[in-house]
Design a protein around this ligand. Structure first.
Ligand code: ATP
Length: 280
C-alpha cells in the first residue's frame, strides 16, 4: 500500500516536473523531485526484493510442508512396521512355545512307549522261556514210554453211564469244561469228570489230550486213571481233602494270583515234571 502510494506520488511528481520544466516556472524544485524519484526506484527495488523473498519463503514453506508430510507418512509406515514386527515376534514366540509343548508331549509319549516296550519285552522273554519249557515238556511226553501210563483203563460208554451217581452228595463240583462226580467204576473210587461236548472239537482232540494226561506224573497233579472217549469222560484219582479254594481259605490267603505268579507257577510245575535231561 505504502509502495503504491509512493509510486503514485513519484508519478505525480514526474508529471509535475515535466510540466514545470516545460513551462520553466519552478526549476528550483528539480533536485527534490530527483531525490524523490531515486527514493521511489529504491522502494520499487525493495518491493521487488520483498516479493522475491516472499516467493522464496512461500516456496520454502511449501517445501517444508512437503517434507513434514513425507516425514509423517514415513513415521506412520515405521509405526505400522513396528507393530507388524511386534506381532511377528509375538507369533514366533507363541509358535515356539507350541512347538516346545509338542516336543515335550512327544518326549513323554516316547518315554511311555519305551516303558511299554520294556514291559512287553519282559513279557515276551517270559513267554519265550515258557514256550521252551512247554516244547521240552511236549518232547518229554512224546518220548515217554507207554509204560508210564500203566494202570490206565479205557472205560465203556455203559460203564460210565452206570457209575454216574444219582445222589447229589456225590456231585463234587463244576469246572469250565464239565461236571465232576465221585464215582466207582469197576469198584475203584475216582473223580469222574464228564466233559461238556461243546467245549471240545471232537473225539480226536479228546484222545490226544488223554494221550498226554495219562503219562503225566507229578506230586502236585492228580493221576488220570481212565477215560471214555465216547462219553468224553475222564477218571482221576479221588482227592478226599476238598477243593483248592478250601485249602487256600484255610491258609487265609485271600488275594488272587497275578498273571506273572500263575505263569511262573506253571513254569515251575512243568519244569518239575520234566526229567533233567529234557529241561531247558
Ligand atoms: N480229583 C479230584 N478229587 C476230588 N475232587 C475233585 C477232583 N477233581 C475235581 N474235583 C472237584 O470238582 C471241581 C471242578 O473241578 P474241575 O477240574 O472240573 O474244574 P476246576 O479245576 O475247578 O476249574 P477249571 O476247569 O475252570 O480249571 C473242583 O473244584 C473240585 O471241587
Amino acid at each position: 500500500m505504502v509502495v503504491a502510494a509512493a509510486a503514485t506520488a513519484v508519478a505525480v511528481a514526474h508529471t509535475l516536473v515535466f510540466w514545470l520544466n516545460r513551462n520553466s516556472q519552478v526549476a528550483f524544485l528539480s533536485p527534490y523531485l530527483l531525490k524523490s524519484q531515486d527514493l521511489a526506484e529504491r522502494i520499487l527495488s525493495l518491493e521487488a526484493d520483498l516479493n522475491r523473498q516472499s516467493e522464496n519463503t512461500l516456496k520454502e514453506k511449501e517445501e517444508h510442508e512437503k517434507t513434514r508430510t513425507e516425514l509423517e507418512v514415513k513415521e506412520k509406515q515405521l509405526e505400522e512396521e513396528r507393530q507388524n514386527h511386534t506381532l511377528t515376534v509375538q507369533r514366533h514366540g507363541e509358535e515356539l512355545e507350541r512347538q516346545s509343548r509338542e516336543l515335550e508331549r512327544q518326549r513323554e509319549e516316547l518315554e511311555r512307549q519305551g516303558r511299554e516296550l520294556k514291559m512287553k519285552d519282559g513279557k515276551l522273554n517270559r513267554m519265550k522261556t515258557l514256550t521252551i519249557v512247554y516244547e521240552k515238556f511236549r518232547q518229554w511226553i512224546e518220548g515217554e514210554a507207554s509204560n508210564s501210563s500203566s494202570g490206565f483203563t479205557e472205560f465203556s460208554h455203559s460203564e460210565v453211564d452206570d457209575s454216574i451217581p444219582k445222589d447229589q452228595k456225590y456231585h463234587l463240583g463244576k469246572g469250565s469244561y464239565g461236571i465232576v462226580y465221585k464215582a466207582e467204576p469197576r469198584g475203584k473210587t475216582v473223580a469222574m469228570k464228564i466233559l461238556d461236548k461243546s467245549s471240545w472239537q471232537g473225539e480226536r482232540e479228546f484222545k490226544q489230550e488223554v494221550g498226554i494226561l495219562k503219562r503225566i506224573r507229578h506230586p502236585n497233579l492228580v493221576i488220570l486213571l481212565g477215560a471214555c472217549s465216547e462219553k468224553f469222560a475222564l477218571m482221576y484219582e479221588f482227592l478226599p481233602s476238598g477243593t483248592l479254594e478250601d485249602c487256600l481259605s484255610k491258609e487265609e490267603r485271600k488275594e488272587s494270583f497275578s498273571w506273572e505268579e500263575s505263569q511262573s507257577g506253571n513254569q515251575h510245575m512243568l519244569c518239575s515234571c520234566i526229567p533233567p535231561q529234557y529241561q531247558a
